[in-house]
Design a protein around this ligand. Structure first.
Ligand SMILES: [Zn+2]
Length: 292
């Protein structure tokens, strides 16, 4: 602290000059601001994190620590679906197995940075229904999620309402996106979700003609971490499909969905495992190599 007012007056004058220089030559001012200057050691905070400290709320470690422990997922028994004609429509997977399915839609609006790592560390099985322009622009992000075992589904190019539109229009939206997603991820999507959940018979036929076996809608929606149920019981039932979006609160949505599934006595599972032929047949325990 200055012991008299003279140096302070000089400092004020100098900073006023610096400010006017700032507005005249902003790039120079920014360059100076980043130049490291010696700092008295007493000014450096000496608090270091303790290894036993609880993770900071809303950090990646905090989210991972909040994930409930689930009963082991049953060996999936795929549900028979038609092999030709319009794609089969599910808003709920017709299975009695104690599983539920997490699906994440769109991709253009927001892609929270910690989501791929959260999905990987917490082993969350997810299906992404992507619009192909978002998948094209942010391929690296979605590839990181896909690398965890997630499945890429098709959600059209432009996210239009398809119901009532011509076959040609619907086919263009669905096949155009399927072509692009196949090019980006090396696999043609076999799962399709119509934007807004709106579809008609033409949609189901176009989906099939573009390579989709099943059109997947949903049972519960999740937003801002809260699960909205479509039935008064407020439980997730076996085979239910939970819908969320690539939005800023996706970390909370994933955690909210996991807690709701756990509270309902279920385990999250991969939707594609319930459609015949989409994933490798599950390995029965008896097929595992003997432990050494
Ligand atoms: Zn959508």
């Amino acid at each position: 602290m200055p012991s008299n007012t003279a140096p302070r007056a000089v400092a004020v004058l100098l900073s006023a000059l610096a400010l006017s220089a700032c507005s005249a030559q902003p790039s120079h001012a920014f360059a100076r601001a980043t130049t490291p200057s010696p700092t008295p050691s007493s000014a450096i905070p000496t608090v270091s994190p303790s290894p036993t400290a609880k993770p900071k709320p809303k950090s990646l470690a905090w989210y991972v620590a909040q994930v409930p422990t689930f009963p082991p997922a049953p060996v999936p028994v795929p549900v028979q679906v038609a092999s030709s004609g319009p794609a089969t429509v599910w808003s709920h997977v017709p299975t009695d197995q104690k599983v539920a399915f997490i699906t994440i839609d769109d991709g253009a609006l927001a892609r929270p940075a910690d989501v791929p790592e959260f999905i990987r560390q917490a082993h969350i099985p997810v299906t992404m229904f992507l619009n192909s322009p978002a998948a094209t622009e942010y391929t690296d992000y979605f590839t990181r999620i896909e690398a965890t075992g997630a499945v890429v589904g098709n959600h059209t190019i432009d996210h239009p309402e398809l119901r009532g539109r011509s076959y040609d229009y619907q086919r263009r939206e669905i096949c155009g996106s399927a072509d692009k997603l196949q090019q980006l991820f090396g696999k043609r999507p076999a799962l399709f979700r119509p934007p807004f959940g709106e579809y008609d018979h033409t949609t189901a036929q176009a989906a099939r003609d573009c390579g989709a076996t099943v059109m997947v809608n949903w049972t519960e929606t999740v937003n801002e971490g809260y699960v909205r149920y479509q039935t008064p019981e407020k439980v997730v039932k076996p085979g239910d499909v939970l819908l969320m979006h690539f939005r800023p609160a996706l970390m909370d949505d994933l955690l909210g969905a996991l807690k709701a599934i756990h509270k309902s006595g279920l385990t999250p599972a991969l939707l594609a495992d319930y459609v015949p032929g989409l994933t490798d047949p599950p390995t029965a325990e008896g097929d595992l190599p003997p432990r050494r």
